[in-house]
Ligand binder design. Structure first.
Ligand code: AMP
Ligand code: MG
Length: 478
């Protein structure tokens, strides 16, 4: 039977602190993901949803909580994080038995606020809604957005901005930072409970016992992180703040704060205003995901009797991350180029393309979409191959081989989206929402983002590279 329930209660009140969301009496729902409601089989109407998000009504018998966690932020350990502006108002189990958390962000201060106001501005809330919607449709594992509520109150940021509450749905909110907290407290019992919670919810094919069970769990988490980063790179996503508190054990994307889509191709692409060193640049993401897994291993050491032997085992598993990533990475490029198998000389073909793209500041999505479209029996207008690639395209087509064109096209179409949530479009619609405007174009665009691998004639501005990309910056939204 589907329904709401209280989750993680085994962890106890130090890790899960009962906290009431702030009440916003004048609030209005401005975005609702009706499809997600249906998909989950959550039998609530908009009025009830508004009540939960606005903190004016409670889900029966469920105590909202704020979760504690630590985290490495930009490489530095912060022992005191936690839901500073968020509440887990309930978890939900679907008729199929899958559990999800229903989490509010911007729902007021908690014991973890550390002087912050506990609020969220409307802009970042809209960004989270759009990005998670698009990423899900692109096939990337992600937390999702059920709704955005306008609080009809102002929040103070650089200047005053309209406030909002986001309702996020995740398979689980257990983070690498949650494990780091148990390790910091040397709480062996809580750590064991946490591992078992994660295995039962997310990794229930692990059947080993004892310390092997911990290694198996760690390996599975590493594989999910590796798969996630590959998905990000395939579509040009830059997360922007891959701190360990923003790394979910279940391998879903979380925290669409300073994220962006890479438009002009560069491994060094970075847009987050606070990432001055490029720690979380596009091409750094696999290294950081692996580094974050290393922090999980460090935390799990708490459960190991022979530390030296365990260190060796964890290191060996972690070194598989690089191997797995390299395998997946080659497959990713192979798919993006429509190659049916990878030959040694393909590395040169790829490197040449990427150099040309970087030198000529070519748009990542549009370039691969143009190559994909060029293999259609009747290519569509509007997906022009850049002039700078003319010579390279000759070599590439020869490599693909005339007789393989239909097969290559079909592989490429599922690896190369035609439409993504471009930074300029996201900003444009955020500005509209800030002015309380809800245009038809927004609805049409969101709709188009639902089927990003469909090649058709889209309005030119939906596919246009941002003109001032060099100056584009994204913010944490705090
Ligand atoms: P984030 O950058 O969103 O991952 O947030 C990092 C940490 O800061 C988390 O513990 C958040 O709960 C906390 N935080 C972010 N913004 C606020 C805010 N406006 N008020 C209180 N805590 C916040
Ligand atoms: Mg966070």
């Amino acid at each position: 039977m589907s329904g709401f329930f209280s989750r993680y209660t085994e962890l106890g009140d130090i890790y899960l602190v009962p906290q009431q969301p702030k009440q916003f009496e004048q609030a209005q729902l401005i975005l609702t993901n009706a499809e997600l409601l249906t998909e989950l089989g959550m039998d609530i109407d908009k009025q009830q949803l508004r009540g939960y998000l606005a903190g004016v009504s409670k889900i029966e018998n469920i105590e909202p909580v704020a979760m504690a966690y630590c985290g490495h932020q930009f490489g530095h350990f912060n022992p005191q994080l936690g839901d500073g502006r968020a509440h887990l108002i309930a978890s939900f189990v679907t008729a199929q038995g899958d559990a999800y958390d229903m989490h509010l962000k911007g729902s007021g201060a908690t014991v973890f606020s550390r002087g912050g106001d506990g609020l969220c501005a409307l802009g970042p809330a809209i960004r989270e809604y759009i990005m998670s919607h698009a990423m899900h449709a692109l096939g990337v594992p992600t937390t999702r957005c059920l709704a955005v509520l306008s609080t009809n109150q102002l929040v103070m940021r650089q200047e005053q901005e309209p406030g909002a509450v986001v309702c996020r749905i995740a398979r689980s909110h257990i983070r690498v930072g949650t494990f780091q907290l148990m390790a910091m407290k040397k709480d062996v019992d809580a750590m064991k409970t946490l591992v078992e919670l994660c295995i039962a919810d997310q990794f229930n094919d692990i059947s080993s016992s004892g310390e092997q069970r911990i290694f198996d769990f760690f390996e599975q988490v590493c594989l999910r992180q590796c798969a996630l980063v590959l998905e990000w790179m395939q579509v040009g996503f830059i997360h922007g703040v891959m701190n360990t508190d923003n790394t979910l054990i279940n391998g879903e994307t979380i925290d669409y704060g300073p994220c962006a889509m890479m438009e002009s191709f560069s491994f060094d692409a970075v847009f987050s205003s606070i990432d001055r060193q490029g720690r979380y640049a596009f091409g750094q993401q696999p290294n950081i995901a692996s580094w974050n897994c290393g922090r999980l291993a460090e935390s799990l050491m708490l459960l190991m009797s022979d530390k030296d032997a365990a260190l060796e085992r964890f290191s060996a598993i972690l070194s598989q991350f690089a191997e797995e990533f390299n395998k997946g990475y080659q497959q990713m490029w192979s798919n993006k180029l429509g190659l049916l198998s990878w030959q040694e000389s393909d590395q040169t073909l790829l490197s040449e393309l990427l150099s040309l793209m970087q030198q000529n500041k070519l748009d990542y999505t549009n370039t691969f979409a143009a190559l994909t479209n060029s293999l259609q029996p009747t290519p569509l207008p509007g997906y022009a191959i850049p002039e700078a690639l003319a010579d390279w395209v000759g070599k590439w087509r020869k490599r693909v081989g005339e007789s393989n064109l239909p097969a290559a096209h079909s592989i490429m179409q599922s690896a190369n989206p035609a439409i993504i949530p471009r930074n300029g479009m996201v900003e444009h619609f955020i500005s509209e929402f800030n002015l309380a405007k809800h245009s038809d174009e927004f609805t049409q665009w969101l709709n188009a983002l639902k089927t990003p691998y469909v090649y058709q004639a889209y309005p030119a501005q939906w596919l246009a590279t941002m003109t001032n990309e060099q100056a584009y910056q994204t913010f944490c939204g705090t």
